[in-house]
Design a protein around this ligand. Structure first.
Ligand SMILES: [Zn+2]
Length: 310
């Protein structure tokens, strides 16, 4: 082995260790903060028949259609009743459909609360990751009944829903859920907390693929002006576009700076242009620990690691 090659291998190993340590810290923070995860919150109107329920994991989008209530994501386990208590404040219609944006437990956790007659829909890779989890796979009511590869249309007219898949990012199964008549999109964890997304390599996630996936969504999804983030706030399409630019800039800077600059230096250089996504303060109600800046540093380190494997 040449010295240079040896150095590369050592560097890759070191970076793997850094990324694992960073994820372990984030995991430990999540453990410590678990009692402080806010419970299922109060339902908020986004449009006349479209709402979001915050808290207890990922946001739950509630879409009241002629054929019943469509839920996008079901929070952590044991929140089914709390979700329904909120839904009952706006409609008496039964839940007909659950759409899962991706396979993480804070988005699919309460699928099992709903009767097996409720249709569960997810992107095909998301079904694969759910099937790989024995706790989820052993419960038929929790598992997707229908999947799609790139596109799926549900309903028609004002009730129409468009599901889109553009590639890997947070996982390899993240779907965008669009309500075209209402110009609203639920983005799942490809856009959450206005900060660099967590990358889950064990579910096919990739930080190098992320900007391309987001750019395809920006180009391929028409006529949206309101974006419901996977966690946290409701944002605008312009806010989403800025976030796409930020993730592209982060990966480009990591690619150009690999072996020359530290992840901290690269993240710091992104701050003047992208202050919203690189704040140094902890955000209110953020469940998983870390500031936006620290999450940017983690994603630069993950980019270094993925570049080393290419
Ligand atoms: Zn997630």
């Amino acid at each position: 082995m040449t010295r240079l090659h040896h150095h590369q291998v050592a560097r890759t190993r070191l970076l793997s260790a850094i990324v694992l340590a960073a994820l372990a810290v984030a995991g430990a923070a999540a453990q410590q903060q678990r009692p402080r995860i806010p419970p299922t919150g109060t339902i908020k109107k986004v449009r006349d028949n479209l709402y979001v329920i915050p808290g207890a994991g990922g946001n739950t989008t509630v879409f009241v259609t002629d054929g019943g209530v469509v839920l996008v994501d079901t929070k952590l386990p044991n929140n089914g009743e709390a979700i329904m208590n909120q839904v009952r404040t706006v409609t008496d219609k039964p839940v007909s459909t659950i759409i899962n944006t991706h396979s993480h437990p804070d988005h699919i956790g309460s699928n099992e609360y709903f009767p097996a007659s409720v249709e569960v829909i997810a992107q095909e890779n998301t079904r694969k990751w759910m099937a790989a989890n024995p706790r989820v796979a052993s419960n038929a009511a929790a598992m997707p009944d229908r999947t799609f590869a790139d596109r799926m249309t549900l309903g028609s007219g004002d009730d129409r829903i468009e599901l889109y898949y553009f590639g890997a990012g947070h996982t390899s199964g993240d779907a965008f859920i669009v309500f075209p008549a209402h110009r609203v999109m639920a983005a799942g964890d490809l856009f959450a907390w206005k900060m660099s997304p967590l990358i889950d390599p064990l579910a096919g996630g990739s930080v190098l693929a992320l900007p391309g996936t987001l750019e395809k969504a920006e180009k391929g999804i028409p006529n949206v002006d309101t974006v419901i983030e996977g966690h946290g706030d409701v944002n605008t399409w312009d806010g989403f576009r800025d976030y796409v630019r930020f993730n592209r800039a982060l990966v480009d800077a990591a690619t150009a700076g690999a072996g020359k600059k530290t992840a901290e230096e690269i993240a710091a250089e992104l701050r003047p242009k992208f202050p919203v996504f690189t704040k140094e303060e902890l955000l209110t109600d953020m469940e998983y620990g870390g500031t936006p800046l620290s999450r940017a540093v983690i994603n630069v380190n993950i980019a270094f690691q993925e570049l080393g494997k290419r």
